[in-house]
Design a protein around this ligand. Sequence first.
Ligand code: GDP
Ligand code: MG
Length: 297
Amino acid sequence: LNGYVGFANLPNQVHRKSVRKGFQFTAMVVGESGLGKSTLINTLFNTRLYPPTEPLPPSAERPQTVAIESISADIEENGVRLRLTVVDTPGFGDFVNNDESWKPIVENIESRFDSYLEQENRVNRQKIIDNRVHACLYFIQPTGHSLKPIDIEFMRQLHTKVNLIPIIAKADTLTDEEVADFKARVLADIAYHKIHIFQAPTYENEDEEAIAEAEEIASKIPFAVVGSDRLVTTPDGRKVRGRAYPWGVVEVDNEDHCDFVKLRQMLVRTYMEELREYTNDVLYENWRTEKLISMGV
Ligand code: GDP
Ligand code: MG
């Protein structure tokens, strides 16, 4: 079941009506080049949404601004259709001067709100297309130190506009102890700067199992992940998604090796609908209210 993505759980998360229409979900990935963003998206959705690319040679012309690229795919699992859009932000953090790298990203998120508002205001509101960003995976470089100014600035600027999910990239480059220390420092920085990251909601009337699951997921934030869209063979002969090293294999789907499984649970299997709801009910609604006030409505 390694390759099983798990959004077939969605019918448990939402009403049957949307099952027939299919689901729209838009995820954004942000972080410096080479942190494994494209690989992780492929791993999460078990697709080749992003084909393997060669890194640019140092001499190549590079764009001077953050680009925003969006790519969509229809994926189907157990009869449930998901229209997945991934918004990539190549160039973020890659320049000599990264001041305001967050700006085009905020603008992109707001223009998606704008387009939604415009559709809501139409006389015919039957076919509203929801292109709003429902989750933003923010990739933190596995330095082992703490957050960088660019990380803090990005999250401070974005946390009221999008569900932020912080991720420690390429966790296989850190030891278990380094991961634990790094996580603690990242969380301390996030708390100090009063950054709001997405929390799985728990409801009063929920059963113990669901509460335990939410707590377990929450305890892994920021998720230390390893991505790979390749199968490798373990020393004991199992074929797994992972990364092979001279000393052994890091398994993507093994919870003793990294937090990939918990991240997928948060994003896809358990809380995809919560991410969409929070985007609509809180993030979009706050933005809309402010916009109307600023327009003097
Ligand atoms: P992006 O620029 O952030 O989209 O990064 P890519 O997904 O293109 O990956 C850049 C390089 O890092 C590729 O050679 C990947 O094989 C490698 N890579 C991706 N994920 C991981 C990971 O979790 N651990 C390690 N060690 N390398 C990774
Ligand atoms: Mg990429």
